[in-house]
Ligand binder design. Structure first.
Ligand code: PA5
Length: 470
């Protein structure tokens, strides 16, 4: 495979004044950020060298991890009918996105042979008593490998699932239950790592300096991917290829930096919504994954100096062509508050020809003999064009094909773009005090030790008035 033929391409023409008139971003505006850009470029290098952006090493420092994962998968895959990820947020969205992108869309329904001999795949990423109960009705837990994924090793949603599963397995399998559990967690922080050691579960480690939403290229994502037949080496090679591109200081040759800059300018102008609209079902979950990455990293109340800034863009997930028949109306004619990012594909894995028929019905005959491949491409171009015509900022990221190498590039490019946007905004893109606040409030309301003050505070919250509940 010629890597350069598989390079993903960011087309930002429709973000620019040249195409959108005064609604667009001018090259002069970009030039005006010269000092800021130079500072951000420098920070990206300095922080990487100082070990403050460990996600950037992942494409190139995991040979041993990959070897261990492949060996483990090889040893256990035939013993299980299903593989279930128990995780949430950054511990679930990446595995779902990669699975959907690479594997058969009806993966669990097709034969094991067609799945390449790999087990069925499920992700339980919520505390929904109904869904989890129905999952247990769907799988035979004694023939299921549960992958408990938690960086902090204490997230209530994941740990409650683990506790339920563990008890069920022990009731059915006694001491052998431990063979049906594999954990992915931090090497020392949290409860999960010590539980693994005490109870003898196989474990994989998430590097300490890599946070949840940046962890797809660690065992968080690599183990589930490998367990469903994804070529994880190619995934990392794609990321590594993009890493070289992202080292380029010239922003006009660095898609991650350009993506960060254009969105930064857009945010400054009040475009506070980031729509991601793939034109391929296989990429639908990439928008979910991106939504978390972009929102949780950039949604911050204060900057690095402690000044109130309330930054961020609200991610919106859409799907082409489906959402042309719903949300696009709003994108075209609603408030001018969005940047729309299309994900396009040059070559779909399949070709589907529309048969010639209804030759006397002009509204249908034009489709005959054409392909669905052409139809979806034309619809994508038509939507881009219509948005450009109405002065709406949009960009397109095109994947030559959807495969491990291109998905590795996509994941890595958006991760670098997020970190870079964080530098431009002068915020900490790697913490999540808002998410922690929710976690802490839950611990407090359950009466967990150490959260007494929070509990009191919540108990003293303003009482809701019945008259406002109708
Ligand atoms: O990005 C993040 O840090 C979060 O979204 C976490 O991934 C999420 O809260 C789950 O945390 P953990 O992996 O510690 O269970």
């Amino acid at each position: 495979m010629d890597k350069n033929n598989m390079k993903i391409r960011l087309d930002f023409n429709n973000m620019l004044e040249e195409y959108l008139g005064d609604k667009g971003i001018s090259l002069k505006q970009i030039d005006g950020l010269k000092n800021k850009i130079e500072k951000a470029n420098k920070e990206m290098v300095t922080k990487r060298e100082a070990g403050k952006m460990d996600f950037r090493n992942l494409p190139n420092n995991q040979d041993d991890v990959v070897k261990e994962i492949k060996q483990y998968v090889n040893d256990v895959k035939d013993k299980f009918e299903a593989f279930v990820v128990l995780g949430i947020g950054g511990s679930a969205l990446g595995p779902m996105a990669v699975h959907q992108a690479i594997n058969h869309p009806y993966y669990n329904e097709v034969s094991r042979e067609k799945r390449g001999g790999f087990p069925k795949f499920y992700v339980a990423d919520n505390v929904d008593p109904e869904k989890l109960t129905y999952l247990f009705e769907t799988i035979d837990i004694t023939k299921t490998l549960f992958n408990v994924v938690s960086k902090s090793g204490q997230t209530s949603e994941t740990m409650s699932q683990f506790m339920i599963v563990k008890k069920m397995l022990e009731e059915k399998m006694g001491k052998d239950a431990k063979n049906n559990i594999v954990c992915t967690t931090d090497k020392e922080n949290g409860n999960l790592v010590s539980i693994c050691e005490e109870e003898g579960y196989k474990k994989f480690i998430i590097p300490s300096g890599v946070g949840g939403r940046f962890s797809e290229l660690t065992p968080v994502g690599l183990l589930p991917a490998c367990m469903t037949g994804v070529d994880i080496e190619e995934l990392l090679k794609g990321a590594s290829f993009m890493d070289e591109i992202c080292k380029n200081e010239n922003i006009f040759e660095n898609p991650a930096y350009m993506y960060g800059i254009l969105n930064y300018i857009a945010m400054e102008e009040g475009k506070n919504i980031s729509v991601m609209m793939p034109y391929a079902d296989s990429l639908k979950y990439i928008s979910d994954w991106y939504g978390q990455l972009w929102a949780e990293s950039l949604g911050k109340s204060v900057n690095n100096n402690g000044d109130k800034v309330n930054t961020g863009q609200t991610p919106v997930r859409a799907l082409g062509a489906t959402d042309q028949h719903s949300q696009v109306q709003l994108y075209m004619e609603g408030p001018d508050d969005k940047v729309i990012v299309f994900l396009g594909v040059d070559k779909y894995k399949e070709k589907l020809v529309i048969p010639k028929s209804y030759e006397n019905v002009p509204s249908l005959s034009f489709l005959g003999g054409e392909s669905q491949n052409k139809l979806i491409k034309v619809e994508q171009m038509a939507t881009e064009y219509a948005l450009m015509e109405s002065g709406k900022l949009n960009m397109t990221l095109t994947l030559p094909e959807v495969n491990e190498f291109t998905i590795g590039q996509v994941l890595y490019m958006f991760e670098v773009a997020t970190a870079y946007a964080g530098e431009l905004l002068e915020i900490n893109a790697f913490d999540q005090p808002g998410v922690e606040a929710g976690k802490n409030a839950t611990y407090a309301m359950f009466g967990r030790d150490g959260y007494e003050k929070k509990k009191k505070e919540i108990e003293n919250r303003p009482v809701k008035k019945e008259k406002y509940i109708i």
